[in-house]
Design a protein around this ligand. Structure first.
Ligand code: ZN
Length: 274
């Protein structure tokens, strides 16, 4: 592994994204993008976006004329090129009070990925004093699911890493979440999201087998960069992301950046090998 990597230099990486974003916007290069959010709170944890930043991002989507569509529509062929879908992972309680009113004001559809056995808990990745990261209750989930434009997807039963489980245990997590959520909310649960973005080829086969129609990863880039509805890539919205970076990330610059980083790494590896 080369020590030279743009990935390790955040400033260079930001400058690269902005430059590529400017080029992409100038030349009108867009592909469908799925945005990945978690908690809407002011803590600036890596899972948090402030309400002010979130509101500004949604205003930007509306002002710039993006079609904010349900996930299934974003990844379907055809349609408008500048399509964006919104996703929230884990079901933090604050999503209902902080994100939903802003989304409803714009009429934007949204998908929430829920691990039903985590409902009403402080998840294991939150520190004891991070009560802002509490997961919503059963009642709150039912309230959320009834709001207009809201789709609920499955995030396994208990949010375990599926790449570490045998096929039976992984199957139970994948099938169990669908069954639990359908029993709680009624209707069909047909979208899935891999906890921690961890999956193998076997995991993908199990997700298909148990009747889901799509699955989201945490791989970066535009939605169909990996050309699979079961490996949808998403743009992570970091707490420190500026509105200019947000605008750049909604273009194919999201993919170009990865390609440039890869090329840069190859070149530097060759240089350092000499
Ligand atoms: Zn998660």
């Amino acid at each position: 592994m080369s020590p030279y990597s743009l990935q390790h230099d955040r400033r260079a990486d930001r400058a690269l994204l902005l430059a590529l974003g400017a080029l992409a916007r100038l030349t009108g290069q867009y592909r469908p993008v799925v945005l990945r959010y978690h908690s809407i709170d002011p803590s600036r944890s890596r899972l948090s976006v402030s309400r002010e930043n979130f509101a500004a991002q949604m205003d930007y989507l509306a002002r710039a004329g993006f079609a904010v569509v349900p996930l299934a529509e974003a990844v379907a062929g055809g349609g408008k090129r500048r399509r964006v879908a919104l996703t929230f992972d884990d079901g933090y309680r604050n999503n209902l009070a902080e994100a939903v009113p802003i989304l409803e004001a714009h009429g934007f559809p949204v998908t929430f990925y829920i691990a039903p056995l985590l409902l009403d808990t402080l998840p294991r990745w939150a520190a004891p004093d991070q009560d802002g990261l509490r997961i919503m209750s059963h009642g709150e989930l039912c309230e959320l699911a009834a709001r207009p434009g809201v789709t609920i997807g499955a995030h396994t039963l208990t949010h375990r890493r599926l790449d570490t489980l045998d096929a039976d245990a992984a199957g139970d997590e994948i099938r169990g979440a669908k069954r639990e959520l359908a029993a709680l909310l009624g209707g069909e649960i047909d979208s899935f999201c891999y906890p921690h973005g961890a999956y193998t080829r076997e995991t993908v086969a199990l997700v298909r087998k148990w009747g889901y129609r799509s699955a989201c990863t945490v791989a970066p880039g535009t939605a169909l960069r990996l050309k699979s509805l079961f490996e949808i890539c998403r743009v992570y919205v970091a707490p420190t992301m500026t509105l200019s970076e947000f605008a750049a990330a909604l273009t194919v610059a999201s993919d170009w950046r990865l390609a440039v980083r890869g090329e840069f790494r190859k070149v530097m590896t060759r240089v350092s090998d000499k």
